[in-house]
Write a protein that binds this ligand. Structure first.
Ligand SMILES: Cc1cc2nc3c(=O)[nH]c(=O)nc-3n(C[C@H](O)[C@H](O)[C@H](O)COP(=O)(O)OP(=O)(O)OC[C@H]3O[C@@H](n4cnc5c(N)ncnc54)[C@H](O)[C@@H]3O)c2cc1C
Length: 412
């Protein structure tokens, strides 16, 4: 194979993955004046697109399953136009010693610097019979397959009550599909957000027409779409959407980089255990200067921010310039039918929760650790608490400061 200007054998920066982390890493590298050609390899076949609409407007039938662009800013778009984007290219191996990656098709490419932004892929359920109409939801391709299947479906089972399961169940019910949500939790997201918030979400889902089967495990799924539960009951439907979480896509890395909880462990600069490799987004577990520990975060805008940090620091590598850090308080919004939840949290649990019911459906749940430090805030129709909660967490404030005088002074 010969090298051409658009097909370099050695990339100045090689980015793996065309999600928000990878696209923003490549863009930020170009904008920061990083040296050498930038190549982005992605297993995705579609132009970079946003995933959040898939479980919301796309599944609800309000938007077609078409790519919604990841970049909007004109300067970002101009920078990304300089990136050699190779879609439909799955990387099978990464050799950090020789600085070379191998692709599924048998090709290989060397790099000077590498950003790993391979995200995560849906966890599959055991016990699914061949031919069963079972769908995951991570990629636009999954969205297209689901929308096509919904053309002839009048009923669905959603397995899993995380944010994606709840959003998807509400969207399906909203488009007139008879929907049952099955979860081992006593209420949707009770483990993550607490019983009180879980009951609120359960009420929203029921109001939207979703039937809830709580505290039930799925034991098997038979063809065409019969979900068997651990109380020996069955729920038969036209299709099953499995949303039981994701696993970081680290298989291609072998043992080349240090990992923790199967994620690539990075400094707040996004640098991995190899000084020429950065990782960002869902695949990374990042040290956080404010939280004071490494965090696993699976949110769109945080993946973008981590990607930008990785790209800029990769561009600055070897120049002696000061490294940037990803230090934002993680957060995201979730649309469950007509209800929007806003959640800002370190994401690794809490010891105490304090709920404030503001009336007319609005609420705030404040979360604290054992020492009383604020570790999260969940709001519905209370944007001021969401904003203030993020600020208080950034300041290391206590639960008492959040719920009491409203003082924003530093916690001790
Ligand atoms: C349906 C849905 C709804 C969501 N809604 C929200 C929301 O409302 N708010 C929110 O904050 N977050 C939401 N998320 C989560 C958010 O989309 C993710 O946190 C975000 O996409 C992570 O970005 P990433 O770049 O790290 O990884 P990804 O977006 O997963 O991108 C990873 C990329 O790597 C590629 N890749 C993987 N393995 C390989 C390989 N071996 N070789 C080459 N390429 C590879 C993939 O093809 C993909 O292009 C949602 C996710 C889904 C699926």
């Amino acid at each position: 194979m010969t090298s051409t200007p658009t097909s370099p054998e050695t990339a100045g920066l090689l980015v793996l993955g065309s999600g928000p982390a990878g696209v923003h890493a490549a863009t930020a590298y170009v904008r920061a004046g990083g040296s050498g050609p930038v190549v982005l390899l992605s297993a995705d076949r579609d132009e970079p697109y946003q995933r959040p609409p898939l479980s919301k407007s796309v599944l609800a039938g309000e938007d077609a399953p078409e790519p919604t662009p990841v970049l909007e800013d004109d300067e970002d778009l101009a920078a990304f136009a300089q990136v050699d984007l190779r879609l439909g290219t799955r990387v099978a191996s990464v050799d950090t010693g020789s600085r070379r990656v191998g692709t599924d098709g048998g090709g290989s490419l060397s790099y000077d610097r590498l950003v790993v932004a391979t995200g995560a892929s849906p966890v599959e359920l055991d016990g699914v019979e061949a031919g069963a109409r079972v769908f995951p939801l991570r990629t636009l391709e999954h969205g297209k397959q689901l929308v096509e299947a919904l053309g002839t479906a009048s009923s669905a089972v959603v397995v899993g009550s995380g944010f994606i399961g709840c959003e998807a169940a509400a969207s399906l019910a909203g488009r007139g599909v008879r929907t049952t949500l099955v979860t081992p939790e006593p209420a949707p997201q009770a483990a993550r957000l607490g019983d009180w918030a879980g009951e609120r979400i359960a009420a929203w889902l029921r109001d939207a027409g979703v039937e809830l089967r709580t505290e039930r495990e799925v034991t098997a799924i038979g063809a065409p779409a019969t979900v068997r539960l651990d109380d020996d009951s069955e729920v038969a439907a036209d299709l099953v959407l499995v949303a039981v979480g994701v696993a970081p896509s680290t298989g291609l890395l072998g043992s080349s980089l240090t990992t923790e909880d199967d994620r690539v462990l990075v400094e707040a600069s996004m640098q991995t255990s190899d000084e020429r490799v950065w990782a960002a987004g869902d695949v990374a577990k990042s040290q956080h200067p404010v939280a004071g520990r490494a965090l696993s975060v699976e949110h769109w805008y945080d993946a973008e921010a981590m990607g930008r940090t990785a790209g800029r620091n990769a561009a600055a590598y070897g120049t002696g310039a000061e490294r940037e850090e990803w230090s934002e308080v993680p957060g995201f919004w979730s649309d469950i039918g007509e209800h929007t939840l806003k959640y800002s949290a370190w994401g690794d649990g809490y010891d105490h929760a304090e709920t404030v019911d503001h009336g007319e459906g609005a609420f705030t749940v404040w979360y604290a650790d054992a020492a009383g430090r604020l570790v999260g805030v969940l709001t519905h129709e209370r944007d001021e608490d969401y904003e203030r909660g993020s600020e208080l967490m950034a300041e290391g404030a206590t639960l008492a400061q959040a719920t009491g005088s409203g003082s924003t002074g530093s916690g001790s």
